[in-house]
Design a protein around this ligand. Structure first.
Ligand code: NAD
Length: 352
C-alpha cells in the first residue's frame, strides 16, 4: 500500500527518514499520535528486506504504542523508531548510537526513544549523549532494562485470563513460552515460581538451556513444535506476526498471553479466528505494557510505588477488556476500542 495512504488510514501524524553520511546510519521514526502527550517508544535494530518493509514495521509498531499507552492510562502518545541494518547481527557502535540520538533530537521531545529488539541500555546511553529525550540507559539516561516489568505485566494479564476461564492458580497448568530472551526468561521464572510446568522453545539454544537448567523448564526443539503442543497458555515472547492463518487452525492452547508486540498478522481477521476457535487472546499491547509503564512512569516523575501499582493494574485492565470482548467480535478489537475511547475521553476539549 502507498505509504501516505497507509498513514492516512491508520491516523499517523508523522514519519521521518534519515541517513547519516558519516556513520552510514539509516533510520526511520514514526509518530502515530501525540494526542495524549509526548510519545515514548523503543528503537528496533533490524536487517529488513527492504525500506518499505522497515517503514511498514515502524508504522505498525508506533500505532501499537498509542494503544498501549492509552490502555495503560498513561498521558503519552505513541511512536517508535527502527534502525535499518545492512546485515543481521551487525554490531552496534557508539557512533551509530550517537547518530541515532541526533535524529531523535530533531523531534524536540515529541519522540522519546528507548530499548527494543537489538537495543541495549548501553545503546540508549550512547543515544543519550546527543539528546535528553532517551529513557532506558543506566548512566547517561535512566530507567535501565524494562524487561522485568514487561514480564511481570504479562504474568498479571495471564492471571486475569486464567480467572476468566475459571482457573484459580498456576499449579497443574502447562505454559509454553516461545523465546527465552530478556522477557521470556523472566516470564518463565514467574510461571515456575507460581507452580506451573513450563515448556520453552528458542532458536538460540543456550537461552533455552538456561531455562531448563536454572528454572526446571522443559525444552521443545523449535517454535513450530511448541505451537502444536497441548497447552493451557501459549506465551509468544519472540517476534510478532506469529498468529495467522498458518498457525491458528493448529493451535492446541486455551489462552494466548505473551510479551511479543503485534502477535496477530491481521488484528481483525486473526483476532476473530481466535475467538471462533474459543481461544482467549490477551491483546498484546494490554498485556505487555509493563516496560512502557516503567520507563514512561519514570519520565513522568511517578514514584516506584505508583509504577508498581500501575503494572499490577494490568490484571484489572485485562479483566475489563475480556469483559467488553464478550460483546465484541474479538478481544483484539475490544482492546482497540477500549484504548480509543480513553484517547477520545482524555483528549477531548474540556468544554465539549
Ligand atoms: P530478546 O531479543 O531478549 O528475546 C527474544 C528471544 O526470542 C531471543 O532469545 C531469540 O533467540 C528468540 N527467538 C527469535 N526468533 C524465534 C523463533 N522463531 N522461535 C523461538 N525463539 C525465537 O527480546 P525481548 O526483549 O524478550 O522481547 C521479546 C518480544 O517482546 C519482542 O517482540 C519485543 O518487541 C516485545 N516486548 C519487549 C519488551 C521489553 O521490555 N523487552 C516490552 C514490550 C514488548
Amino acid at each position: 500500500m502507498d505509504l501516505l495512504e497507509q498513514m492516512r488510514s491508520h491516523g499517523h501524524e508523522r514519519i521521518a527518514f534519515h541517513q547519516d553520511p558519516e556513520t552510514g546510519l539509516k533510520a526511520i521514526i514514526a509518530v502515530h499520535s501525540t494526542r495524549l502527550g509526548n510519545a515514548l517508544g523503543g528503537t528496533r535494530r533490524w536487517a529488513y528486506a527492504s525500506t518499505n518493509e522497515a517503514a511498514m514495521d515502524v508504522l505498525r509498531l508506533s500505532e501499537g504504542m498509542t494503544y498501549k499507552a492509552a490502555a495503560a492510562d498513561l498521558p503519552m502518545g505513541g511512536a517508535k523508531s527502527v534502525i535499518v541494518l545492512e546485515s543481521p547481527g551487525q554490531q552496534p557502535t557508539e557512533a551509530e548510537g550517537r547518530a541515532m540520538g541526533r535524529f531523535v533530537e530533531t523531534f524536540g521531545g515529541a519522540y522519546i526513544a528507548a530499548e527494543d529488539v537489538g537495543v541495549s541500555p548501553q545503546f540508549c546511553d550512547w543515544m543519550a549523549l546527543e539528546t535528553k529525550h532517551i529513557m532506558g540507559g543506566e548512566n547517561v539516561s535512566t530507567g535501565g532494562d524494562p524487561s522485568p516489568w514487561t514480564a511481570l505485566g504479562v504474568f498479571n494479564s495471564m492471571k486475569a485470563c486464567l480467572e476468566a476461564s475459571g482457573d484459580g492458580d498456576f499449579s497443574g497448568l502447562t505454559i509454553g513460552i516461545q523465546g527465552c530472551g530478556a522477557t521470556g526468561f523472566k516470564l518463565a521464572k514467574l510461571c515456575r515460581e507460581a507452580g506451573a510446568a513450563v515448556l520453552v522453545s528458542d532458536v538460540h539454544v543456550p537461552s533455552m538451556k538456561r531455562c531448563v537448567e536454572e528454572l526446571g523448564c522443559m525444552a521443545v526443539g523449535n517454535d513450530g513444535n511448541l505451537f502444536h503442543e497441548e497447552l493451557d497458555v501459549l506465551a509468544p515472547c519472540a517476534l510478532g506476526g506469529v498468529l495467522g492463518p498458518d498457525s491458528i487452525p493448529t493451535l492446541r492452547c486455551r489462552i494466548i498471553c505473551g510479551t511479543a508486540n503485534n502477535q496477530l498478522v491481521d488484528p481483525v481477521r486473526d483476532g476473530r479466528a481466535l475467538k471462533d476457535r474459543g481461544i482467549c487472546y490477551a491483546p498484546d499491547f494490554v498485556a505487555n505494557a509493563g516496560g512502557l509503564i516503567r520507563l514512561a512512569g519514570l519520565y513522568l516523575g511517578m514514584t516506584e510505588a505508583q509504577i508498581d501499582a500501575k503494572v499490577a493494574g494490568i490484571e484489572q485492565t485485562t479483566h475489563e477488556v475480556l469483559k467488553e470482548a464478550l460483546a465484541a467480535p474479538s478481544t483484539a478489537e475490544a482492546a482497540i476500542g477500549f484504548a480509543k475511547r480513553r484517547i477520545d475521553a482524555v483528549a477531548a476539549p474540556a468544554s465539549a
